[in-house]
Design a protein around this ligand. Structure first.
Ligand code: CUA
Length: 314
C-alpha cells in the first residue's frame, strides 16, 4: 500500500477518525501558537539589524491585561486538548460488556487468535464490522505489541498478565497488523492481516473454519483432564471455592482485600494460586504455571466465565 505524503493512512474505525482529528487539531494549535513568535523574531531581526536607522528608544509601555491574556488564552486551549485526548484515551479502557471476545496469544514470532466458537487463526484476524470486539491478550515469552494502524491502536502484550484492547471497526477491508515491540530475530516478520468483514461474511467465515468445539468447551475438557474438577466440581468433597457465577463478582481475600474476578484474576488464580487466596479457603491449590500454556489458560478462563450460578427453582 502506498500512501501519499499528505494523506492519512486508511481509517477503519470511528476511534481512528477521532485520533486523526485530535492530531490535526493539536498540530494546528501548535502552529497557531508558535507562528507569531517566529514571524516577529524574523521581522525584528530585519527591522533592528545593526546599522539600520530604527527608533531604539524604549519607552515603558505596559498593558497588564494583554500580557495576562497571551498567557491564559493559549493555556486554556492546551488544557482543552488535554481533556479531549484524555476522554479519547479513557474510552479505550471501557470495553462495552456485549463485545465479541477474541483471545490473543503472542509468541516468538506469531500471533494466535481464537474466536469464542473455537475458530483459530495465525497472523490473521477476522472481525465483523460495526460490532465491538474485545481482545484479551497474553504473551507466551517476551513483550510484544499488537499494532493495528488502521484502528490507530497499539497495545503491549506482556508476559505474566493479560492486556486488553477493544474497537469497533466500521469499514470492511483488509489492513495490516504488526508487532510494534522489538522481540527478537524475526520481530519484523511478526505481522499479518487484519480483515474486517460484514456480519454475513463473518458468519460465513466462522462456518467454514475448522473447530474442535467452542473455547469454553475446550476449557471444560482441560478442566477435567487436569483434575480441576476433582476439587472445584459440584460433586467434590474438597473445600474449594465454587466457580459458578464467579466471573465479574467481588471476591473477599484472605488478607482483607476485595477484588473483582476478571480474566486477569482467574488467570493468576490458576498460575499463581498463592498470590490472592479467597477468604475462608485452605491454601491447597497447586500452581499450573509449568503445566498449562497461555492458550490453554485462556480456554480455562473462557470455561470459567461461562459457568453461571445454578438457578434456584422456586
Ligand atoms: Cu513480537 Cu516484535
Amino acid at each position: 500500500m502506498t500512501q501519499g505524503l499528505l494523506t492519512w493512512a486508511t481509517e477503519a474505525s470511528e476511534h481512528a477518525s477521532q485520533v486523526d482529528l485530535l492530531l490535526t487539531g493539536f498540530s494546528l494549535l501548535v502552529f497557531v501558537l508558535s507562528a507569531p513568535v517566529f514571524v516577529l523574531m524574523a521581522l525584528f531581526a530585519i527591522k533592528y539589524r545593526r546599522g539600520k536607522p530604527a527608533d531604539r528608544t524604549h519607552p515603558v509601555n505596559r498593558n497588564i491585561w494583554m500580557e495576562i491574556s497571551w498567557s491564559i488564552v493559549p493555556f486554556l486551549f492546551i488544557v482543552g486538548v488535554f481533556v479531549w485526548a484524555t476522554v479519547l484515551y479513557a474510552d479505550l479502557y471501557r470495553p462495552p460488556p456485549d463485545a465479541l471476545e477474541i483471545s490473543v496469544v503472542a509468541k516468538q514470532w506469531m500471533w494466535k487468535f481464537e474466536h469464542p466458537g473455537g475458530q483459530r487463526e495465525i497472523d490473521e484476524l477476522h472481525v465483523p464490522a460495526n460490532e465491538p470486539v474485545k481482545l484479551t491478550m497474553a504473551s507466551q515469552d517476551v513483550i510484544h505489541s499488537l499494532f493495528i494502524p488502521a484502528l490507530r491502536l497499539k497495545q503491549d502484550v506482556v508476559p505474566g498478565r493479560y492486556t486488553k484492547m477493544w474497537f469497533t471497526a466500521n469499514r470492511p477491508g483488509t489492513y495490516h497488523l504488526a508487532c510494534a515491540e522489538f522481540c527478537g530475530t524475526n520481530h519484523s516478520l511478526m505481522g499479518g492481516r487484519f480483515v474486517v468483514l460484514t456480519r454475513a461474511d463473518y458468519t460465513r467465515w466462522l462456518e467454514q473454519s475448522d473447530v474442535d468445539g467452542s473455547l469454553a468447551d475446550q476449557g471444560a475438557v482441560l478442566f477435567r483432564s487436569h483434575g480441576c474438577s476433582g476439587c472445584h466440581g459440584s460433586s467434590s468433597t474438597v473445600h474449594a471455592p465454587p466457580l459458578e457465577g464467579l466471573y465479574g463478582s467481588p471476591v473477599p481475600l484472605d488478607d482483607g482485600r476485595m477484588v473483582i474476578a476478571d480474566e486477569g484474576y482467574i488467570r493468576d488464580s490458576i498460575l499463581l494460586p498463592q498470590q490472592d487466596i479467597a477468604a475462608g479457603y485452605p491454601h491447597d491449590m497447586p500452581t499450573f504455571r509449568n503445566v498449562l500454556d497461555e492458550g490453554e489458560v485462556l480456554k480455562l478462563v473462557a470455561y470459567i466465565k461461562s459457568l453461571r450460578k445454578p438457578r434456584v427453582l422456586p
